[in-house]
Ligand binder design. Sequence first.
Ligand SMILES: [Zn+2]
Length: 265
Amino acid sequence: MEPEPTALVGGMSADDIMPSAAQVQAAAAGRGTHPQEPHTGGTVGRLNWLRAAVLGANDGIVSVAGIVIGVAGATSARGLIFTAGLAGLVAGAVSMALGEYVSVSSQRDSERAQMTQEKRELADTPEAELTELTALYEAKGLSAATARTVATELTARGALAAHLDAELHIDPNDIPSPVQAATASALSFTSGALLPLLAILLPPAALRVPVTFATVLIALGLAGALSARLGGSNIRRAVLRLVIGGALGLAFTYGIGHLFGTAIG
Ligand SMILES: [Zn+2]
């Protein structure tokens, strides 16, 4: 029996909304399914990656700038300032890499464990799993009969893939690599950290602090603009937030360094 065509958006008939073969192919490949789509599947991964890199660079800029400006508030000895900045760069990069490694490893382990358990359940209780899948599609708003059809067809095509997608939201082709994530975050931190390190090292003593301030604020502004653009949010607001926050942070660390440097040294 043909199902009654339900009322569709804007008086369109069911035929009007049937996707073309090309659209189906694009959707399957995770690409955009209509021409003006801003965030297509393929670029979302790249954009997230780029955003993470910008955030890591931000971290490097702010924390090493804080260290070198703070030490410069206490001493004008270039060797000391440089050593402190370099130590901050290395410590920061190691800590970022380690944190990322641990977090991505445990995410990967838990995804693998879930996949193993799902495989076992599918082998042991296929009936109950089909019912479960049907319930998941009913819960999304499909009628019981449609949900049953969807679940049955998807199970016939590949039960594990169907459950990973609908139940666990895991893409088995996109399991993250801990080493790759750790390396990327250490590199992005380091690239940001080099900026204040060079800015405090290269100019003559009298200009060190102002040059570093200016360099850091410009870099933060650029980073803010870039990450807002990538995330599709308001650029002006993101830039202001970062630049004002950065300026306050630097002024604060310079003040602390100056205060304690003169009081204790
Ligand atoms: Zn399941």
